[in-house]
Design a binder for this molecule. Structure first.
Ligand SMILES: [Zn+2]
Length: 69
């Protein structure tokens, strides 16, 4: 999974940010292994959606990640 790492302090974010908590606005995308957290599977979905959808709260490097399958 690609996440966003601050070039100044190294803090990592799952979603793109305009400004890091350290004040820097320079980020680079880095590849991080995903460690699966808690997943919820929807077995009944509205028409037009896949029959099953899985949502997962996971860890990617130093940040939290949200995944949909
Ligand atoms: Zn930073």
């Amino acid at each position: 999974m690609m996440i966003h790492s601050c070039k100044s302090c190294g803090r990592e974010y799952f979603e793109p940010r305009g400004v890091c908590k350290c004040g820097s606005d320079e980020f680079e995308e880095v590849q991080r292994e995903v460690e699966r957290g808690i997943c919820v599977e929807l077995k009944v979905t509205p028409s037009g959606f896949p029959e099953r959808i899985t949502f997962c709260l996971s860890k990617a490097g130093k940040t939290n990640a949200f995944e949909v399958e």
